[in-house]
Design a protein around this ligand. Structure first.
Ligand code: N01
Length: 536
């Protein structure tokens, strides 16, 4: 069995950067294990029509190297899936990473041996490797949520999940297509499929608030400006709680007069994108303020959608704006004005089962040639818990996290020494511009391993007390935030029936979180214990 200093699981944004710095800065023997046959992580699997990032390309890039940043030109304001996949392949080649990535290598078991202080890593293909350190760079949204609809086997049509899209794009030309799900993904895929399908039936359980992306092609001068503004963008992102390149508003919506407020909303709507939710400072904590945003979006939708019944269904919100991750779109609401598109309310009339020819709801049958599930993910913990991870004294991660994920800083788990998580549960991760959170984590982990090498430590492990204290901080950070009021949201495990219902990410902001992590490393890792073996 080949032994490595470090095994990294996953070759997305996180795994690639972690490989680069552990190998090229610390000189470690490192291998990345990747389930797919190419790099990209989330950007490998989510190749559905319309897949594109909601964060602007100039910000959704690595920032650790200005040379690397300047060597790549994005072609649109928001990068498409194929362009991000190409970008990650470019980074991989530029940094000569590919030779240390083993593709088609899905990890099934991770077992820690206390006796040897070694992790053995079992792959689904039967191979085995071992390592001193394991870094799980498995992504936060990588384990698909496929609802169990009875009688799937009798359905004659095709079934696709957006999070596991086939390499060879299926064709929907002249087909009757159904889509379940109107989250960020559904909102991207629906307008694209509507353009080609003979008929599109959208099965909506909960309407979502969406703001226009206002995507556009980037000109040469846009690209040069992004390069010139590298330092400025970097600073803005460092000080933004979500790692985005704009400043926070300090104006309350409720305290702003209606004319001014609508002017600011209009400007944000016209500008498009995720910054809409930062138009005012109190949208996520004050009912009155939140309602102003919700009403503004409702009005917009009602002005766009011609059929009033459809418009009512699309605005029948059951959660405050921003309490679920707000999507952005290109022609989502406009799509419902097409003659070939039909919106079905499955909250009122739930899906009962597949039939031979389609889907049966409580009041009708819908004939379909293909069904697309845009039903999201078992987020943040799904992929970790699906690998069988055993730590000290044979404790399994599944048992240890029975009541919810327990980590210190979302980086390390008591009883699981030398196992690090990138953007793990308890970190700001999914509430941020991911590459910023990923770079911060990968660097913290690399610094920590360097510290261990210098000090000849064999193991590092979060203490139980530090993890319990940190999870208290996670609950504290979200108190009073509307995130807690969207009961079905994946932030709360609400989309997976058997999941503990706890708020998973740290909502205190990436800026504050970075300071906390820095303070921990400066204190020689307060909250962690190190051990040395007798050989040292
Ligand atoms: O998943 P979701 P997503 N029966 O969980 C419905 C990121 N992302 O893939 O709301 C019927 O948000 C569910 O209905 P409801 C982003 O962080 C990023 O869209 O639970 N319906 C909902 O409508 C995002 O938040 C980007 O009532 C069922 C939908 O399916 C995260 O990924 C692009 C159902 C799932 O929405 C997840 O987004 C896309 C069932 N049994 C995504 N189960 C970019 O930035 C679920 N639904 C590129």
């Amino acid at each position: 069995m080949e032994h490595f200093d470090a095994i990294i699981i996953g070759a997305g944004f996180a795994g690639l950067y972690q490989l680069h710095i552990l190998r090229d800065r610390l000189g470690l023997k490192v291998k990345v294990l990747e389930k797919a046959d190419g790099v990209g992580g989330t950007w490998y699997w989510n190749r559905y029509p319309g897949a594109r990032c909601d964060t602007e390309s100039k910000a959704y890039s690595y920032y650790f190297s200005k040379d690397l940043y300047e060597a790549w030109d994005w072609s649109e304001r928001y990068p498409t899936q194929p362009e991000i996949e190409r970008y990650l392949n470019f980074v991989c080649d530029k940094l000569n990473l590919r030779k240390d990535i083993q593709f088609k290598s899905e990890v099934s078991d991770l077992i820690y041996s206390e006796k040897n202080n070694i992790w053995s890593i079992q792959l689904k293909n039967g191979n085995k490797v071992s390592a001193k350190y394991v870094i799980a760079a498995v992504g936060c949204l990588s384990f698909t949520n496929k609802p169990e609809i009875p009688n799937e086997k009798i359905f004659n049509g095709e079934i696709y999940h957006t999070g596991n899209w086939p390499q060879k794009n299926p064709t929907f030309q002249n087909k009757r297509v159904g889509i379940i799900g109107t989250g960020s993904t559904g909102i991207q895929v629906i307008p694209e499929v509507a353009k080609i399908a003979k008929k599109l039936t959208v099965f909506q359980r909960t309407p979502n608030y969406s703001v226009p992306a206002k995507n556009h092609k980037l000109t040469k001068s846009d690209q040069l400006n992004a390069n010139k503004e590298f330092e400025k963008l970097e600073q803005l992102m460092l000080h933004h709680r979500g790692g985005h390149p704009w400043t926070h508003s300090n104006i309350s919506a409720k305290d702003t007069n209606e004319i001014k407020r609508n002017e600011l909303y209009e400007r944000a709507w016209e500008n498009g994108g995720l910054s809409f939710r930062d138009t005012f400072s109190d949208l996520s904590i004050n009912n009155e303020s939140n309602e102003t945003a919700s009403n503004f979006i409702k009005e917009k939708i009602k002005n766009i959608v011609n059929d009033s019944k459809t418009a009512n269904l699309l605005t029948n919100f059951d959660h405050p704006f921003g309490s679920k991750r707000p999507p952005i779109d290109t022609n989502y609401y406009e799509t419902f004005n097409r003659k070939n598109v039909n919106l079905i309310d499955i909250r009122e009339n739930p899906i009962i089962s597949f039939t031979k020819n389609g889907i049966q709801t409580s009041n009708d049958e819908y004939e379909l040639d293909a069904l697309i599930l845009a039903t999201g993910f078992d987020a943040l913990t799904g992929t970790l818990l699906n690998m069988k991870i055993k730590g000290r004294k044979n404790i399994t991660l599944n048992e240890y996290w029975k009541a919810g994920p327990l980590t210190n800083l979302g980086l390390s788990i008591p009883n699981f020494p030398n196992l690090f998580l990138i953007t793990g549960p308890g970190s700001p991760a999914v509430l941020t511009n991911m590459p910023r959170a990923i770079e911060q984590h990968a660097e913290w982990i690399s610094d920590c391993i360097k510290f261990m090498i210098i000090n000849e430590n064999d193991t590092i492990e979060a203490t139980q007390l530090s993890a319990e204290t940190w999870i208290e901080s996670v609950y504290e950070a979200v108190k009073g935030n509307f995130f807690l009021s969207a009961k079905h949201s994946w932030y709360l495990g609400g989309n997976i029936p058997e999941k503990p219902k706890v708020f998973i990410p740290y909502a205190g902001g990436l800026d504050k979180y970075r300071q906390i992590c820095d303070a921990v490393s400066k204190s020689d890792y307060n909250g962690f214990v190190f051990t040395k073996s007798l050989n040292n």
